[in-house]
Design a protein around this ligand. Sequence first.
Ligand code: HEM
Length: 154
Amino acid sequence: MTPYAMTYALHLLAALVWVGGMFFAWMVLRPAAVSTLEAPARLQLWLEVLRRFFQWVWGAVLILPITGVGLLHLHFAGFDSAPRYVHVMMGLYIAMLALFLRVQVLLLPELRRAVSSEDWPGGGAVLGQIRRWVGINLLLGLLLVSVAGSRPGF
Ligand code: HEM
């Protein structure tokens, strides 16, 4: 395996974990939890699910720019000569990172506080905000992968 292929594979795996994880959470786990669990159990489940998923997202958040910059140098000899879709990818990455940090740093601790004080309506409101931001991030991720996948030559 060449260094380019290894870096490329890592880059794709990190994108897959992040975007695929959000897709599963939003499209599968969320409706299943709503239809089977009462608010206290549902909020506790989400707290644990997000805590575990975000550990993987942290890995993806670090691996994507490291491998992305590696690919930039291996394939395009730097930022300036890279095609437009790579610039779009970097811009969308920054937007996705900002939304992820908002949920991780501001909203997840609020959800933890609500669950530990058994404030179920308050917890439901925070979970609603988390759902919205993760939904937006999922759309950005899907857009990014579509932009990356429709590069010239394919
Ligand atoms: C600072 C952040 C990033 C940089 C510098 C970067 C850079 C790159 C580069 C240089 C390539 C290879 C292009 C080629 O060889 O033709 C690539 C491919 C790709 N990247 Fe990124 N990337 C970043 C973030 C992301 C993110 C956040 C995602 C998705 C969540 C993503 C998804 C992809 C995909 C799916 C490809 C494969 C596209 C293809 O070759 O068809 N990237 N990226």
